[in-house]
Design a protein around this ligand. Structure first.
Ligand SMILES: Nc1nc2c(c(=O)[nH]1)N[C@H]1C(S)=C(S)[C@@H](COP(=O)(O)O)O[C@H]1N2
Ligand SMILES: [Mo]
Length: 322
């Protein structure tokens, strides 16, 4: 993320989509029936690649789980990725992630909980009913996508481990295997990739444990066999290919915070009013809309999920706790 990323410049006032135009577009999408799309209709709007096993999910009833935006194409969502374990170029994960072995796979649950243990991927797939959710994903670099994920609320798994009163945070660790992941041979990050959440953030129903996208199992480059999706936070908080979940009393130190503390805070909530030290976060480029005349979109507070998650941060100074 730090490397080879051209600094994004402040947008010209003319580049910002006027609010009335944006709202009209939403109305137009709603009129097309996108807002009320059934899982079947959604699949028709956003077909998968047709090469991976199917993984359908029922349309989620969690408030905020189905945004009205048009889904990003499967091709874009699977060929423009950040997964530094496979290289720092956006095209690297699609080129190299085929070497990742996703079976057998276990996730160990450790730390401040009454029932630690190891969960096999097959058990995790059956732990709760699969849901389809259409989430925005906003990368800290200034681009965004809209992805139909398949999975269930992370809380379904976390509560099985019975976290104790000392469990104030949850830490996620991704696989780091030099044999399977060529990027791990480089020192671009301090491996393994580690991210963390406060326990109430992790328990929020929108925090999702993801096994699939576009009605199929996750492609390796998107974090197979399981990753998290946290739609109100910058994309890097959503760790891919997770092998360990740990309940902790102290705030976890994420890989990105370690790499550049002033640039990547613990919370990393999407916030158009708090610029990254090297670029503005006020607008974003929606992948797939990047033609010559495509307008940038205004970035929304908490990526548009303020009604659902704003309460988690009541009274906090969001400029200090970035
Ligand atoms: N293990 C791991 N997880 C990761 C990353 C990574 O490099 N390694 N990149 C993050 C970043 S910066 C983003 S924007 C999202 C991208 O997810 P996607 O490729 O599925 O769109 O994954 C996040 N999770
Ligand atoms: Mo990102």
């Amino acid at each position: 993320m730090l490397i080879r990323v051209p600094a994004l410049h402040d947008p010209l006032p003319s580049e910002i989509t006027p609010r009335h135009a944006y709202l009209n577009r939403r109305d137009a999408l709603a009129a097309l029936g996108l807002a009320a799309a059934s899982p079947l209709a959604l699949a028709q709007v956003a077909p998968g690649g047709g090469k991976l096993p199917k993984l359908p999910g029922a349309r989620s009833a969690v408030p905020g789980a189905m945004v009205m935006d048009k889904p990003t194409s499967y091709t874009d969502a699977t060929s423009y990725n950040n997964f530094y374990e496979f290289g720092t170029d956006k095209a690297d994960p699609a080129s190299y992630a085929h070497t990742l072995k996703t079976r057998p796979w276990t996730v160990s649950i450790e730390g401040e909980c009454a029932k630690p243990g190891r969960f096999d991927i097959e058990t995790l797939l059956k732990l709760s009913a699969m849901e389809e959710r259409l989430y925005r994903l906003r990368c800290v670099e200034g681009w965004s996508m809209v992805i139909p994920w398949v999975g269930y609320s992370l809380s379904e798994l976390l509560k099985k481990a019975e976290p104790t009163s000392k469990a104030k945070y949850v830490e996620f660790t991704s696989l780091a295997d030099k044999q399977q992941m060529p990027g791990v041979r480089s020192g671009v990050l301090d491996w393994p990739y580690v991210e963390g959440l406060r326990i109430d953030e992790a328990m929020h129903p929108l925090a999702m444990l993801v096994f699939g996208m576009y009605g199929e199992v996750l492609p390796n480059q998107n974090g197979a066999p399981l990753r998290v999706a946290l739609p109100w936070k910058y994309g890097f908080k959503s760790a891919k290919s997770i092998v360990k979940i740990r309940f902790t009393e102290k705030e976890p130190v994420s890989s990105w915070t370690k790499a550049a503390q002033q640039e990547y805070g613990f919370y990393s909530n999407v916030n158009p009013n708090v610029p990254h030290p090297r670029w503005s976060q006020a607008t974003e480029r929606r992948i797939g809309e990047d033609g010559l005349f495509a307008k940038k979109r205004p970035t929304l507070m908490f990526n548009g999920y303020e009604a659902q998650v704003g309460q988690l941060y009541a009274g906090m100074d969001l400029k200090r706790n970035y």
